[in-house]
Design a protein around this ligand. Sequence first.
Ligand code: ADP
Length: 741
Amino acid sequence: MSAVILSYILFAMAIVTGLTGIRVIAGKGKKRRVDYTIISICICSSWWSFFWAMLFAQTDEKVAWLMRTIGMLGVFAFLISVTYIVVFWSGIEGVCKKCMIGFSLLGFVIYPFNVRRKESTFYMTDFGMSYEFGSELGNNLYSIYCVAIIVSLILALAYMRKNSIRRREKVLSFELLTCTAVVALGSVLDTIMPMFGFTAFPGSTLAQSIGTLVLFEAYTYYNKSQITLSNISKFIYYSVDEPILLFDEKEKLCIVNNGTAVFLGKTPEECCELEIRDIFELEQNIFKLEGDKNHIEARCVLNQRICGLAIDKIYDEFRDIMGYIIIVHDLTERIQTMHQLEEEKLKADKANQAKSRFLANMSHEIRTPINAVMGMNEIVLRESSEPDTVECARNIQDASKTLLALINDILDFSKIESGMMEVIEEAYSVRNLFANLYTECRIKTEDKGLYLNFEIPEDMPTILCGDEVRIRQVLLNILSNASKYTKKGGITLSVKWRSVGEKQIELEASVIDTGIGIKQENMDKLFGAFDRVDEERVHAIEGTGLGLSIVQRLMELMHGGITVESEYGKGSVFTVTFRQRVINPSPLGALMAEAGTEKKHEKYVPSFQAPDAKVLVVDDNKVNLTVIRGLLKKTGMQITCVETGKECLELTKKEMYHIILLDHMMPEMDGIETLVRLKTDESNLCQQSAIIALTANAIAGMRDMYLEKGFTDYISKPIDGIGLEKILKQYLPRELMKAIE
Ligand code: ADP
């Protein structure tokens, strides 16, 4: 009877451990190596128990031996798998790991010796068929093997326990140690005892089954403490600060996280008593919105915060709605910041507009009196032959030019700062550009006894497209600086060019001087606005420290660059590089032969005379009228001056004028209105005449504006006599021009 009971117990153990293995096999998720090892342990354990149950149920010794022989396969595989999992969990690495696994694999070598028929004797006992070992090779090897495996497992687990930092690892190692101890004790009964002539009792078989179940427990515990989606999502849900509300399929709030409780200022239980409309101001049933994911904005009734709600539908496996998740984003601060930014932008725009208005006004207000000073002075220069008077007038001319340059610099700088500086690209003559630059610089260098060389390649294209005014400004600034800061020697402008792509060239213009040079430590400060470097040396030389800062920004606007090399006390090289489109690639030829023909302080001679030409000048400022009349006196033209737009309209109805110089800013009817009325009045005799805007408004974009309004051209104040003649010459009918007598 007891034999049957033992077999049943072993069968039951085989079923339990087998089912445990199946449970792991059926478990969800991708299987890892540890999962396969546990499956192997369970199956080997089940195998072991099953064949030992069969063994003890036998009456025939031979069959019993066969059962043991098959069962022993499970025993060895079990010991190898257990060794593997202990090595894995204990974190043993290197030689120890290899030795342990390698040694456990020796089991398969021992197996054939251990199952030899002569190694064991089978006979019937009180608890069924059993056996005893002789002191044979296979038995001895097996015993040594078992003892060595158990000792190595205990050592590995002791190592794990000692080195583990986390408590869960300590618990795991303790469980495994217990399990090993149980198996060790159990195996005394059927491994060691039979060697001393005792009948083998299946102690290790029973112990390994219990050990396998303990191991499975340890495995479940180990898995639980690993990060998985299912165990971590709950943690995330509760720890996230954003309120997350879960509604069931009946749209009833059922779960809230801590973030919700804090946000609504209620306990989680109180929160769950609320309806969605108790929480948010809603115009519609948000659960009935189409689509799986929706975003809406709503105000929270309980705390008046403005929230972004992300509403997700949760489906079951039949795609029936299980519930809804609402994730709440508090947008209040963001919306407030946006409003603030909008307000600030509005303020900044207003300030910018005020700045632009200020610029336009300042430009107008300052240019008008300078126009008067320069114009009147020019008239004095032209009319007077008294040397002292001419000398005084020349000084006034120089001073007013400096003043104008200064104002222009300040205006340019403000324009760049407020982003109002524009680069206006037009075709221009390379010959004119360098010839004019040479003429302007030569006057300054000649005064100081410096040489001035222009090295312009003869193969340069003749006509380029770019902002000539700004390029001139940049080069003139660097050339002026070179002559300002050079006492001995001279200045060279060296230009190089190369083709870049089709119809585009890159220009490299270097201004080389033999002047005072710049200290290395001052190089960085050169381009700072209002920064003058080496102040004690340069304070006697006039300047504001704005020039290079403007040059650098202009170069940036033209997508070019500027570099400086300098040796203190020896001289400097300022190099600008920029690209220009080529309009006419024919070579420029020699330039300097014709450049610089203009002489300083040369007696004025008009560039043309046209006694039959009729010019009407309209300006509310009497001084300006006097200036223009005076400047054009020697051309012999018939000049009529009026002070209002109304007078202009009346006069032009009666008389035809070849050119009308029309001021923009005038009281009552301004220049633009006068122009529009003139152009729309069919009876006006000057509809076809050239009408040139005459204005002190010199800020960017003005030229385009005037042309768009219907003006033929544009002249800015202060009016330069030569420039005025040039523009009139351009628009006067050829037949009216006479050769100079
Ligand atoms: P500034 O109106 O003072 O000339 P810039 O911005 O044109 O202002 O130049 C800034 C400073 O750079 C000058 O004050 C001067 O010290 C130095 N500098 C500019 N060009 C030269 C040069 N060619 N040689 C020596 N120093 C120069």
